[in-house]
Design a protein around this ligand. Sequence first.
Ligand code: FAD
Length: 174
Amino acid sequence: MLGRLRAQAKGVGATIASDQRIGIYGPARGLLGHARFLRSYSAHVALLPADRAPGRHALREARALGMAVLPAGGALAFDGVRCRYRAPDGTEAVFDTVYPYLGYAGRNTLLRGLGLPAEDDGALRVDRHQRTRVPGLYAIGDVVSGLNQIAVAVGQAAVAATHAHNALPFAPRA
Ligand SMILES: Cc1cc2nc3c(=O)[nH]c(=O)nc-3n(C[C@H](O)[C@H](O)[C@H](O)COP(=O)(O)OP(=O)(O)OC[C@H]3O[C@@H](n4cnc5c(N)ncnc54)[C@H](O)[C@@H]3O)c2cc1C
C-alpha cells in the first residue's frame, strides 16, 4: 500500500500527475486546506476524513470547489494498482493516489526552559542568520519554519553554518 500512498508534504504537487483521482485522508480539522492545495492539480479530489465529518463551512467550500466529501472513519486498502477508501456505510471509492495528511506536532523539549520567543504554533523566532536569542545557539528546520520541507531546513542549515564559521576567530591552516 505504501508503494502507492504518497506520504509527502508540499512536494506532493511534483509527484501527482494532473487530473488523477486524488483522495486526501486525515483528521477533518485541516483537511480542507490541503484538499484546496491539491485541487489546483486535479479536478478529481475527494476528502476522506479519518475521524469525523468536516464542519458545515468546510463541507460547503469543498462542494463549491467540486470536491467530494466521503463519510468519515473509512478504511484504506490497496489492490496493487489503485487505492480504495471503504466508508463505514459500505460506500467505496477508488483513487490513483491517496495523500495522507498527518498534521504536525513540533518537538522542541530540548529547548524548553531557555525562554526562547516563539510564534503561536511553537516555531522558534530567529534572525536572518538563524540565530536564537541565546548567544551561539542557532535553530533551523521544522522547529523554526512555517514551511516544513527538507530543502528549507538544508538552506537554513547552510545559512547558520556559514554564520557560525564566520563568527569564529580566523585561523589560517598551518
Ligand atoms: C511523512 C512525512 C513526509 C514528508 N515528506 C516530505 C517531502 O516529500 N519533501 C520535503 O521536503 N519534506 C517532507 N517532509 C518534511 C521533512 O521531513 C522535514 O521538513 C525535515 O525532516 C525537517 O528537518 P529537521 O532537521 O528540522 O527535523 P527532523 O528531520 O525531524 O530531525 C529532528 C531530529 O531530532 C531528533 N530529536 C527530537 N527530539 C529530540 C531530543 N529530545 N533529543 C534528541 N534528539 C531529538 C528527532 O528524532 C529527529 O531525528 C515530510 C515529513 C513527514 C513526517
